[in-house]
Design a protein around this ligand. Structure first.
Ligand SMILES: [Zn+2]
Ligand SMILES: [Zn+2]
Length: 144
């Protein structure tokens, strides 16, 4: 997958938006941790801005493709998109809602490209979510 190094400032301005302090703070909060739920993100940023600003910025980031939503049942977590983070896939635990990220597998990635071209489909991106139970939850279930 091609990766273009871009800064948040460049990306926002290419899309007609300017970089504000709160946008940078929301971005940083997501950049220096694993996928976050909205409440985890709110907790991380509560000293820096109010809830409404967090929601506004997240809405903009989602619309511009700066972040991805990882669906976990009816809940979701947020993380930076492939434009700003290394391409990877997820395994999400349906019990404790942990998100395990794993590196891309070159063979697997090329299979996806082949599949897309066999459909004459111009592929822009893909995401793969594995759903199930993490090791810890499997163990917990056995012991109860
Ligand atoms: Zn789990
Ligand atoms: Zn992939």
């Amino acid at each position: 997958m091609e990766s273009r190094p871009t800064t948040l400032k460049e990306y926002l301005s290419a899309n007609g938006h300017s970089l504000t302090r709160s946008r940078q703070q929301v971005f940083n909060a997501l950049a220096d941790s694993d996928a976050l739920s909205m409440s985890q993100l709110t907790r991380k940023l509560q000293s820096k801005m109010d809830r409404a600003s967090i929601y506004r910025n997240i809405e903009l980031f989602e619309r511009l493709g700066i972040i991805n939503r990882i669906q976990i049942g009816w809940k979701y977590k947020l993380e930076l998109s492939d434009t700003f983070a290394e391409h990877h896939h997820h395994a999400t635990c349906s019990q404790c809602e942990s998100v395990i990220s794993f590196e891309e597998d070159i063979e697997f990635e090329s299979k996806i490209s082949q599949l897309a071209s066999s459909l004459n489909f111009a592929l822009h991106s893909h995401s793969i979510e594995l759903r199930g139970l993490c090791q810890k939850c499997q163990d917990t279930n056995l012991n109860t």
